[in-house]
Design a protein around this ligand. Structure first.
Ligand code: ADP
Ligand code: MG
Length: 243
């Protein structure tokens, strides 16, 4: 589903991603961990073309991204095929929950309102907030808003879902409900790349855990390998700090 080869990314003189090679299989759940500033968000953002890069290539479901934003029509396709959920929910504040979820399918996929609303209602039900459809985002808790953001992303029927610290802005009591919705999505076979600091969750859902240190993948393996028997000293000290 995703093939990253020789990816290098600079912000000016800062070399943020260094020779990243990473393949993600259909249905695979890859969790990316690492210290703040190690390049996790930048990596995720490169995958759906939110950031350009200088060297290497990224292929997402057959759509090729090349250095310096050269992608032709691929960028457009990737944007519609890849869903993303951020730390900040980024909902449209002036729209109802239902309209937040139906907007993109109607605008981008030319879905009829009736069809988009049927899908939205099903997805809101799936993330457990069907009863909130007529409210506006400000009337919902953070956990509910993030589940709307998830439903909104799923409404585009993505082939791949990217998550960048989706629970980091939530009060502790709301983290579980968002992780539950993500767990269910993983169980249903969605291909997912997830940046998170929720290590218990990572251990449970990840097929593979990737550890990034200063822009390099320095360790990867199954959750058992990475969490229980980290080989790299830096992974060991990172885990000692966060576990
Ligand atoms: P992480 O998500 O692992 O905390 P980031 O990918 O956000 O790390 O950032 C990696 C590095 O790139 C950091 O040193 C950060 O300061 C830098 N960086 C991120 N975004 C930008 C930007 N838009 N311009 C300049 N530097 C950036
Ligand atoms: Mg980040």
């Amino acid at each position: 589903m995703v093939s990253i080869e020789g990816l290098n990314k600079h912000f000016g003189s800062l070399h943020v991603l260094k020779d990243i090679d990473l393949q993600v299989a259909p249905g695979e759940v890859v969790v990316i961990i690492g210290a703040s500033g190690s390049g996790k968000s930048t990596l995720i953002r490169c995958v759906n073309g939110l950031e350009q890069f200088q060297k290497g290539q990224i292929e997402v479901d057959g759509n090729l991204l090349k250095p310096d934003g050269k992608a032709g029509g691929a960028l457009q396709k990737i944007r519609t095929e890849v869903g993303m959920v951020f730390q900040q929910f980024n909902l449209f504040p002036h729209l109802s929950v239902l309209d937040n979820v139906t907007l993109a399918p109607m605008r981008v996929r030319n879905a009829s309102r009736a069809e988009a609303e049927r899908t939205a209602e099903r997805l809101l039900e799936r993330v457990g907030i069907a009863d909130q459809a007529r409210k506006h985002p400000a009337q919902l808790s953070g956990g509910q808003q993030q589940r709307v953001a998830l439903a909104r992303a799923l409404a585009m029927e993505p082939r791949l879902m990217l998550f960048d610290e989706p629970t980091s802005a939530l009060d502790p009591e709301m983290i579980g409900e968002v992780l539950d919705a993500m767990r269910e999505l993983a169980r249903d076979g969605m291909t997912m790349m997830i940046v998170t600091h929720e290590m218990t969750f990572a251990r449970e859902v990840a097929d593979r855990v990737i550890y990034i240190h200063k822009g390099e993948i320095t360790e990867q393996g199954t959750p058992e390998q990475v969490f229980d028997n980290p080989r790299n000293e830096r992974t060991q000290s990172f885990l000692a700090r966060v576990l």
